[in-house]
Write a protein that binds this ligand. Structure first.
Ligand SMILES: C[S@@+](CC[C@H](N)C(=O)[O-])C[C@H]1O[C@@H](n2cnc3c(N)ncnc32)[C@H](O)[C@@H]1O
Length: 637
């Protein structure tokens, strides 16, 4: 057995290679507990992110090794690790050191950006990498933004008494808070979402809050589904009907939906109390049901446990009624076999959130898809994508046709491929159009229509034009939300909000009676509690905090390093409404000329940077060649 300090990570990698499973599947047990050290997990994750590049290097410079997992780890440490060095000893290390120069020269040729890095600049801090921050959603059923922040500050405040304690690094972010506070921002698109640097210390500082169910570590884009369900449409959802999360496990979106509905019910109840205190609406508001379905038995168990913890933990403010407002009922069932006509449990469902199994190609941690993330090209694993797409369509069709009372459906995936996104929506609209013979409204036919989500009207990346999806009009594409994992600082995502057309034609009188028919007066997040809105601060050159200790899943190669998503026709970038931002001052929202001007400036800057990098690379190679020459000379002497 190897005594190398990298042996545990090497073993994990060997298991991944042998079983072809993902890192999480190998490193976690059934109960969701990590079975190896965090260090081994992080090391394996770093290697997996760079495995395609490491493979290329090894193809050009073969290294003889029986222990492939260990080879990957040592090679990564030597060429790309934070110290560009291998700790400990061993035959494999000696072998690699012998071939070091050749390996390094190959790396610089294949991935020139590495030539500009010094040993003290870890690979992830290269400008070829985009940082995905750590997003934290405050679980408003249990806690609040204020409570969460005060607990974080209490935890991170350096103790005055303990002078021997390790000095904490001074945050270099221009956070409005004092330097002793953990750097944090407010997400500009999703309320109650905080943004932290993606470091191990962030995670450590949040651990207690996660355990006490006050926060959920949920990526920003994954919050779009529930947000759209409640605040995406012109009216708030009816609280008289039930909600259904059709593919719910592990339940992040379900819990978010429950929290938003609880907030909505609380707002409705407070309005009701001030107007008609004996109104029955407050009664109704206290019995919102969210059915959470999952077909997989294991995942269902996880879902059930998490929903109990996240939605039934007593609120910190002592308002015991709060977590009785929304009840989450979990069901281990196949969504496709649910028939509300015969199963009374689901007969009152009026809204469906559908987040079906997908390729996960938008997830930055999905190393297998990392080299194949161009949504415009045909996916390499086309057959798999096609079969996923067929299932997704079937599920969306079921949601829109089998539930007569359903008025709104929010469809989402964390895939970047059009086949799983725009393609599924187009098929649905086409099938809905052909099956609806009664439609004579002069519109494009069909019972269902797309809605541009109100809550994301300041999100600029929209549906993609693609030769395979010719059936969607520019207006329809504008209704679709896309997230580019390389440019938007969050995992790739897609959301479509569908509304039954008949919902618009409901008699006005009836509409008025429903609590949910209230106009949606959603307001996007504003900077609160002295915090700035997040505007990519963790990726800016002048901000180094968070780069010293990146978490394993927090980085993704940018377009220049891996694939080009920049040719996406929808060029929307994440924007915020922070008036102090100079970018914002330069252009008004929606100003296309301004957008083009900015993209020209960006291209020029990029070209200049590339030129500079090229020169640096040449210098480095020259230096290496000189060193090699000197080494040869001295060995000849
Ligand atoms: C993308 S995940 C859902 C993630 C979840 N919405 C969240 O945010 O935590 C897809 C889930 O759909 C479940 N699933 C797949 N086919 C299903 C079906 N026919 N009926 C119900 N659930 C299904 C899978 O087991 C998986 O847990």
């Amino acid at each position: 057995m190897s005594s190398s300090p990298y042996a545990p990570a090497g073993n994990i990698l060997n298991q991944i290679i042998k079983t072809k499973k993902g890192l999480k599947a190998v490193a976690y047990n059934k109960d969701g507990e990590l079975t190896c050290s965090k260090t081994a997990y992080a090391q394996s994750s770093h290697v997996l992110q760079h495995k395609p590049l490491l493979d290329k290097i090894l193809r050009e410079v073969p290294v003889d090794a029986n222990n492939k997992g260990l080879l990957y780890i040592l090679l990564y440490e030597l060429l790309m690790g934070p110290n560009r060095a291998i700790r400990g000893g061993g035959a494999l290390k000696r072998q690699l050191l012998k071939q070091q120069e050749q390996l390094q020269a190959t790396l610089f040729r294949l991935q020139p950006s590495f030539a500009n890095m010094t040993a003290s600049s870890p690979d992830q801090s290269s400008s070829d990498y985009v940082t995905i921050p750590r997003y934290v959603r405050v679980n408003t059923i249990v806690s609040s933004m204020e409570q969460v922040l005060s607990q974080i500050d209490a935890k991170t405040k350096p103790s005055k008494n303990n002078k021997n304690k390790k000095k904490t690094k001074k945050p270099s972010l221009q956070d409005s808070s004092s330097s002793s506070k953990m750097p944090r921002y407010v997400d500009p698109h999703v309320p109650n979402v905080l943004v932290f640097p993606p470091t191990a210390s962030t995670r450590a500082n949040l651990q207690e809050l996660v355990k006490s169910q006050q926060v959920v570590l949920q990526d920003k884009s994954s919050c779009f589904s529930a947000l759209c369900m409640v605040h995406g449409f012109d009216t708030l959802p009816s609280m008289e009907g039930d909600f259904l999360d059709a593919c719910a496990a592990p339940g992040n979106k379900t819990c978010h939906l429950a929290a938003l509905l609880t907030e909505q019910a609380a707002a409705a109840a407070s309005t009701t109390t001030t107007t008609t205190s004996k109104s029955s609406s407050s009664k109704r508001a206290s019995s919102v049901v969210v059915h959470a379905l999952d077909k997989s038995k294991d995942r269902f168990e996880l879902l059930q446990r998490r929903m109990k913890e996240l939605t039934e933990t007593p609120p910190r403010d002592g308002d015991a009624k709060k977590n009785k407002v929304t009840t989450v009922e979990c069901h281990n069932a196949d969504f496709l076999s649910i028939d509300p006509e015969t199963d009374e449990t689901f007969s009152n469902v009026t809204a469906i959130m559908l987040d079906p199994s997908c390729s996960g190609s938008g997830m930055i941690s999905n190393h297998q898809e990392a080299m194949d993330r161009d949504p415009l090209s045909k996916p390499k694993n086309f057959d798999r994508i096609e079969s996923l797409s067929n299932f997704q369509f079937q599920a969306l069709q079921h949601a829109t046709s089998a539930f007569p009372k359903v008025q709104r459906v929010v469809y989402s995936t964390c895939s970047v491929y059009v086949q799983e996104n725009e393609g599924v929506v187009q098929r649905l609209l086409e099938s809905s159009s052909s099956s609806s013979s009664s439609s004579n409204d002069g519109n494009d036919g069909g019972e269902w229509e797309l809605v541009a989500p109100k809550c994301l009207d300041h999100w600029h990346r929209r549906g993609l034009e693609h030769p395979d999806v010719v059936g969607l009009s520019p207006e329809q594409l504008q209704c679709l939300i896309r997230v580019n994992p390389e440019e938007d600082g969050t995992n790739g995502f897609f959301v479509a909000c569908l509304q039954r057309k008949a919902a618009n034609k409901a008699p006005k009188k009836k509409k008025k009676k429903m609590i949910g028919a209230k106009k949606n007066t959603y307001e996007k997040p504003l900077a609160t509690m002295g915090m700035e809105l997040y505007d990519n601060q963790f990726n800016k050159d002048d901000n180094s905090t968070g780069k010293e200790e990146k978490e394993e899943t927090s980085t993704v190669l940018s377009s220049s390093a891996v694939t080009t998503m920049s040719n996406q026709k929808s060029s929307g970038k994440m924007k915020n409404d922070d008036d102090s931002s100079s970018k914002k001052k330069r252009k008004a929202e929606g100003d296309k000329e301004g957008d083009e001007e900015e993209s020209n400036i960006v291209s020029k800057k990029r070209a200049k940077k590339m030129e500079w990098k090229k020169k640096q690379r040449e210098k480095k190679l020259l230096r290496l060649a000189k060193q090699e020459q000197q080494a040869n000379n001295s060995s000849e002497q």
